[in-house]
Design a protein around this ligand. Structure first.
Ligand SMILES: Nc1ncnc2c1ncn2[C@@H]1O[C@H](COP(=O)(O)OP(=O)(O)OP(=O)(O)O)[C@@H](O)[C@H]1O
Length: 333
């Protein structure tokens, strides 16, 4: 979940050994007084909720994803989401420990555009965690229902996602990379605000967290940055690439090349620089430019989320002024 790319490796061997899962080396370093500054984060236990506080027999199934089923349950009088993790994932001790480590980090995050983590259910043989419940479902569901969004709504949604992602990327002491930013991992609350969820979990579920050279295979092919597909080392800007494809879908009303096999699509993006079309009739010029920058083949040329927010705020103001201008001239007529 953390961006280790730009750290000086020699200053914190225990942190590095732990993040790469080298348990034996950790033991040796600990025995010789090794200190793990990052471990302060990763070793904080998850807030545990007694399983008697949630009646899973009364749970309503809301969906199913790669890790398991998601239920609507009541906890202390409040509706919350319970995410169950498949036993094939949870029964592997290393995978389970890594999962809990990621959840331990998630529980410390607080931002209006990040789904709030609530705690882990204390269960002897199951791994279930609670998050806030977002009644309106995912951006994927919204786009399927509504189709193309009007530009002002699309820009407001893009700003919500960018602010949540900027919070993750500016996390201290290490940036949090989502790695699987897709419309299914963006949820909407009753007030219409979008929140990002499930960051960092994809690499664990697939058991491919191998450190600096992080591999392809994490995340969804349709939104995957070329460097991830090519299994090169990568950094935060992989999320900027995925973000661009999501924004593209909001203006278009769904994924481009819907019928095409997602892996083939990722292959063409990685090796032929193929990108979705941006017809001027659908995409305002500044949005076109922003998307082209965000899905640039050179990861270093992609803007940061902080820069994206600044651009989007200007675009939003411009669109609002245009909308007001149209309304004013209507009033005069
Ligand atoms: N906190 C939540 N509140 C409301 N609905 C949720 C919540 N979390 C997940 N869901 C719903 O449950 C479904 C399954 O979610 P889950 O995160 O397990 O998988 P996914 O994101 O759809 O797919 P994948 O696991 O492949 O990323 C989603 O379609 C989403 O609509």
């Amino acid at each position: 979940m953390e961006d280790h790319r730009h750290q000086a490796p020699s200053t914190k061997p225990l942190s590095d050994a732990r993040s790469f899962g080298h348990q034996d080396i950790c033991k040796i370093l600990e025995a010789h007084g090794g200190i793990d500054p990052m471990g302060l984060d990763s070793q904080t236990p998850c807030f545990e909720i007694d399983s008697t506080e949630v009646d899973m027999n009364e749970a309503t199934l809301i969906g199913e994803g790669a890790y398991g089923e998601v239920y609507l349950v009541k906890w202390r009088g409040t509706e919350v989401a319970a995410k169950t993790i498949r036993s094939s994932i949870a029964s592997n001790k290393t995978v389970k420990d890594n999962f809990l480590k990621e959840l331990g980090l998630w529980q410390k995050l607080r931002h209006p555009n990040i789904v709030q983590f609530l705690g882990v259910l204390k269960h002897p043989d199951r791994l279930i965690f609670l998050t806030e419940y977002l009644r309106n479902g995912s951006l994927y569901d919204i786009l399927r229902k509504k189709g193309r969004l009007d530009p002002l709504t699309a820009v407001a949604y893009a700003l919500d996602i960018a602010r949540g992602m900027n919070y993750l990327h500016q996390h201290k002491p290490h940036a949090i990379i989502h790695r699987d930013l897709t419309p299914r991992n963006v949820l909407q609350n009753e007030a219409g605000r979008l929140k990002v969820t499930d960051f960092g979990l994809s690499k664990i579920a697939q058991g491919r967290d191998v450190g600096y050279k992080m591999t392809g295979g994490t995340g969804s092919y349709r939104y995957m940055a070329p460097e991830v597909y090519r299994r090169e080392s990568y950094g935060k800007s992989v999320d900027v690439f995925s973000f661009a494809l999501i924004v593209h879908e909001m203006f278009q009303g769904g994924p481009s090349n819907r019928g095409e096999d997602a892996e083939k699509l990722a292959d063409k993006r990685a090796y032929e620089d193929s990108r979705p079309h941006l017809p001027s009739i659908v995409y305002p010029e500044p949005i076109k430019k922003l998307l082209q920058d965000c899905w640039h083949k050179n990861p270093d040329r992609r803007p940061t989320f902080e820069e994206i927010i600044m651009h989007l705020e200007i675009i939003q103001e411009d669109l609002e002024q245009k909308a007001m201008g149209i309304c004013c001239s209507c009033a005069i007529l």
